[in-house]
Design a protein around this ligand. Structure first.
Ligand code: SR1
Ligand code: MG
Length: 420
């Protein structure tokens, strides 16, 4: 492979990667390779390379934002952060991410396992497919990666080294800081929204409590370096088969608040729920699927709490809330109080981040297929307006909404209304 970075094409994959041992061993002789570019995300190239011996994914960063074009340059180093995040996630929650076979920093390229049986979760939710065990898999992923990436568990020298390493992921944090926390709340140049939403958008942007809350949450994202985040945990970053789920694409990885990944994930389930009427062949035909999605969202949080609690009791080996200070002093009950206090803080942050993630997917640059696939603009606007209202209610109500049962009730109430 040449020394300088060059974006791959289906035609250059065999000449440029054909000497890699892992490609020859797992795909077969380059003469047998067939290559398809399948990237449908906003940033990168993704190739499926199939040959006589099997198939692998080759993912390569482009030096710009694919969604926008070369006018928006973006550092290739994001592949470096993705690679390091994948190795940590694989260690902290084995089997939760695709296996990485090769990383080339100069080419910003990762060769990884091809998940032949899987599709992107978002496509499955739009198609009305149910996945057994989804909440378990995702709740455990959040608890294990977030707990084990923090000072609750890690040797603090390692955590501080990782804090420094991922702090350099400046460009991708900058995207989140602008696109999630600021752009939705004013008429930013790259924003767009469904035409019928004009009045709902004007109402939201005039809501100063919401604007202030979004900035409080932005401060938390930028300064509350509690744990290593996936950083972009939406339903397009999860691949599912009938029997399992894998989390992909952690290029936005950075240290941030415990509640960020879970908030983003819940937001994407709630948006999928709000969008269901737009995918129904006949009115009401997707009601049961919307209910199932709500159950999954509730299950993710419940499993997260259960697993976090287990890890608190069995793996609290970091510098925070040491057992030497609590259990070893006969103060096990106080340790449980501390855990509940921390979970209450995570819950509030989760709801806050959940709300702004919903807003930015409807008002900002990067929209969700859940809504975009609704061809009838009037119906899409009605679904999106409910989601905007839900996002606002979650963020502003984050200190008083007690639990997932309340979130479910709120969602049901709002999805039965008209907010256009
Ligand atoms: C300019 S990138 C837009 C969005 O795509 C990624 O998946 C992230 O969600 C980012 O905010
Ligand atoms: Mg992505």
């Amino acid at each position: 492979m040449s020394h300088d970075y060059a974006a791959l094409t289906p035609e250059t994959i065999a000449p440029r990667l054909g000497t890699l041992d892992v490609m020859r061993a797992r795909v077969g002789p380059p003469a047998t390779w067939q290559v398809r570019e399948v990237g449908d995300g906003n940033l990168n190239l993704v190739f499926i390379v199939t040959g006589a011996a099997g198939a692998l994914i080759v993912k390569q960063a482009l030096p710009y934002v694919r969604l926008v074009g070369e006018s928006w340059p973006l550092p290739l180093e994001r592949a470096f952060f993705e690679y390091h995040a994948l190795t940590r996630q694989a260690a902290r929650d084995p089997g939760s991410v695709p296996q990485v076979h090769h990383f080339d920093a100069t080419q910003a390229l990762i060769v990884m396992e091809y998940l032949a049986e899987h599709i992107i979760l978002r496509q499955g939710l739009i198609a009305g497919i149910r996945y057994d065990g989804l909440a378990d898999r995702l709740g455990r992923f959040c608890a294990r990666t977030l707990f084990r990436g923090s000072d609750l568990h890690m040797p603090t020298a390692q955590r501080k080294a990782d804090l420094a390493l991922f702090a350099a992921n400046v460009a991708l944090c900058d995207i989140t800081e602008n696109l999630v926390f600021s752009d939705p709340y004013f008429d930013a140049s790259m924003n767009r929204h469904t035409p019928g939403l004009d009045r709902a958008v004007a109402r939201l942007r005039a809501d100063l409590d919401m604007k202030i809350a979004a900035q409080h949450l932005k401060m938390a994202f930028a300064s509350k370096a509690q744990t290593l985040l996936h950083g972009d945990l939406h339903s397009g970053s999860i691949m599912v088969s009938a029997s399992e789920a894998r989390v992909i694409d952690p290029e936005f990885a950075t240290y941030g608040p415990f509640g960020f990944d879970i908030g983003m994930l819940l937001a994407n389930f709630l948006m999928a729920c709000c969008a269901q009427p737009g995918h129904a062949d006949t009115p009401g035909a997707r009601d049961a699927h919307a209910d199932w999605i709500l159950d999954v969202a509730a299950g993710v949080w419940e499993v997260f709490v259960d697993e976090f609690t287990t890890l608190w009791r069995t793996e609290r080996t970091g510098i925070l809330y040491q057992a030497s200070l609590f259990e070893d002093q006969g103060h096990a009950l106080a340790s449980e109080r501390a855990r509940l206090d921390l979970l209450a803080e995570i819950w509030r942050d989760t709801l806050g981040f959940c709300g702004v993630e919903i807003h930015r997917r409807i008002l900002g640059l990067a929209h969700n297929a859940d809504f975009e696939r609704i061809a009838d603009e009037g119906l899409r606007a009605a679904c999106e307006a409910r989601a905007l209202e839900l996002g606002r209610a979650l963020t502003l109500g984050r200190a008083s909404i007690a639990d997932m049962a309340a979130v479910t009730a709120l969602t049901r109430h709002i999805t039965a209304g008209d907010y256009l």
